[in-house]
Design a protein around this ligand. Structure first.
Ligand code: SAM
Length: 335
């Protein structure tokens, strides 16, 4: 058992118990900040992990101590065999969860329940239908909004993720906080992160500090309650007194939470990424297809994890376009 635990422990003693698996690079939205304007270069189809390969990888990570798996993408619910995959992954000794843009959620309520998926993250960057259309290049706001309500009605734990950007949706911070008044959701504001081709620059980022300044200016001091964060939580959690839901900030850029990071990512084409910011990927799929033992590869990938943000340990480095262009876009990594 000792050796198994070691495989997923890095040189800073961080134990990795949480694996995010991207099921596809495809998505039914075209979010401007996630996907480069000229589209993403998709991996050839036969480079994408098959159903069996995903299960084999998942079993291996669970054997070595992973206790939580989140399915992501692209949009995980557009993958054709996702029903079967969820059923089989649910039979592992693991907490299964999913990140989705919400569009197809209504088709999956029974599957989620059957697979004991209780916590669903839905991305929604605006509460305005027109703005939704601008950012996603699709007219589907109502569908997503209705599906969030459906999830709540069906008793799921719903987290709503919004990436905040200057001159785009920072004016909606309080609307989003008010969204938690009558709804038992966890609203999470994500700082805009740099990836290849997403036109990131620091001036577009709405920081943790700016978000809290805005919140504190709109509510009385004693109404903004700081909540206890869960262990390994990436977010700083708050509630407005008397509101049903909570809100949180994921300050990956200005206040990273690398010390307690327990995450690894497996991309749809079978590359292990030890950090969202890391430009380095370790190819597990080729080894698996060649019938090799991929455990040494996993060990190497985990051992080489950098202390902070994949080596982007200063704002200076983060601002360097040369450096963030070395990292694939979020849609192809799997957020
Ligand atoms: N399609 C699913 C969804 O919408 O949640 C899963 C994949 S999506 C890439 C996962 C998350 O990454 C979304 O919440 C999205 O907003 C976030 N994301 C994408 N690009 C980002 C960026 N540049 N900075 C911060 N978050 C980003």
């Amino acid at each position: 058992m000792k050796e198994q635990e070691n495989l997923l422990t890095d040189s800073f003693g961080r134990k990795h118990t949480y694996l995010r698996i991207s099921l596809t690079e495809l998505c039914n939205l075209r979010c401007t900040y996630c996907m480069p304007a000229d589209g993403v270069k998709l991996s050839p189809r036969d480079h994408i992990m098959s159903y069996e390969e995903i299960l084999t990888m998942a079993r291996l990570f669970v054997k070595h101590g992973v206790t939580k798996i989140r399915l992501t993408g692209g949009e995980p619910l557009v993958r054709k065999d996702v029903y079967k995959l969820m059923d089989d992954l649910a039979s592992l000794q693991v907490e299964l969860s999913i990140s989705t843009n919400g569009i197809k959620v209504d088709e999956f309520i029974d599957v989620f329940k059957r697979c004991n998926i209780r916590s669903i993250n839905v991305s929604l960057d605006t509460l305005k239908a027109e703005k939704f259309k601008t950012i996603t290049r699709r007219d589907l706001f109502k569908k997503v909004y209705d599906n969030i309500e459906l999830l709540i009605d069906e008793g799921f734990k719903v987290k709503v993720n919004a990436v905040l950007m200057k001159d785009f949706n920072e004016d909606e911070i309080i609307d989003f906080v008010e969204f938690t008044k009558e709804k038992p959701i966890a609203m999470r504001f994500i700082e805009f992160m740099p990836f290849d081709g997403n036109q990131w620059d620091m001036s577009k980022l709405v920081s943790y500090k700016e978000i809290m300044t805005c919140v504190n200016a709109s509510y009385n001091n004693n109404e903004v309650l700081r909540l206890q964060d869960a262990p390994n939580d990436t977010s700083k959690n708050y509630r407005i007194k008397g509101y049903q839901g909570s809100f949180a900030i994921i300050s990956t850029v200005t206040n990273p939470f690398c010390d307690s990071c327990n995450r690894l990512r497996l991309t749809a084409n079978g590359q292990l990424k030890n950090c969202l910011f890391s430009a380095t990927e370790n190819d597990l799929l080729t080894g698996l297809r060649e019938g090799k033992d991929i455990e040494p590869l996993i060990k190497m990938a985990v051992a080489s994890k950098q202390k902070i943000r994949g080596g982007m340990d200063s704002l200076q480095k983060l601002k360097d376009p040369e450096l963030h262009s070395q990292n694939r876009s979020m849609i192809s990594i799997g957020g």
